[in-house]
Design a protein around this ligand. Sequence first.
Ligand code: HEC
Length: 140
Amino acid sequence: MFKGLDGRPPMRHSPVMEPMVADLSDEDMRALAAYYASQMPNGKSDVVTSSLAPGKRVYVEGSSGGAPACAVCHGVDGAGVPGLFPRIAGQHPEYIGAQLENYKNGRRGGKGRAMTTIGPLLSDDEIKAVASYIGSLKPQ
Ligand code: HEC
């Protein structure tokens, strides 16, 4: 969240997003969250499906640096678990890659959060590979 809810500080920072959401009330934020939660991805993917094997390996087996398999939390199909683990299937690889870089460099996440420990266990190549694989997963 780029703006804190219920008096808490924001969990993510972005010079683009923060000014856009600055005027939202807690009620607006809850309504927006409910709206997005009700949307279904359209299933279209712009990923070239060649050489997805290395990314799939990270996703279902974990990284060489010891990151747990992404599938454990985000699901084999990337659908996630509502309220616990976000759906990531079919997101743009550029977005997924940027988020993983953010977790790796401490720009997103925070103490005690799963991805904060997982990000640094991914190499740059593994981030690229797993981001492509996630982008290729068909949203359910
Ligand atoms: C122990 C459970 C767990 C594991 C294992 C896990 N994640 Fe996550 N992941 C989470 C949680 C919880 C969040 C939401 C936290 C947040 O927003 O910072 C998240 C968020 C994300 C996001 C951000 C999604 C978005 O829409 O911005 C990405 C991308 C992601 N995970 C990718 C991965 C990848 C790739 C792996 C495997 C290398 C992985 N995760 C393994 C729990 C997990």
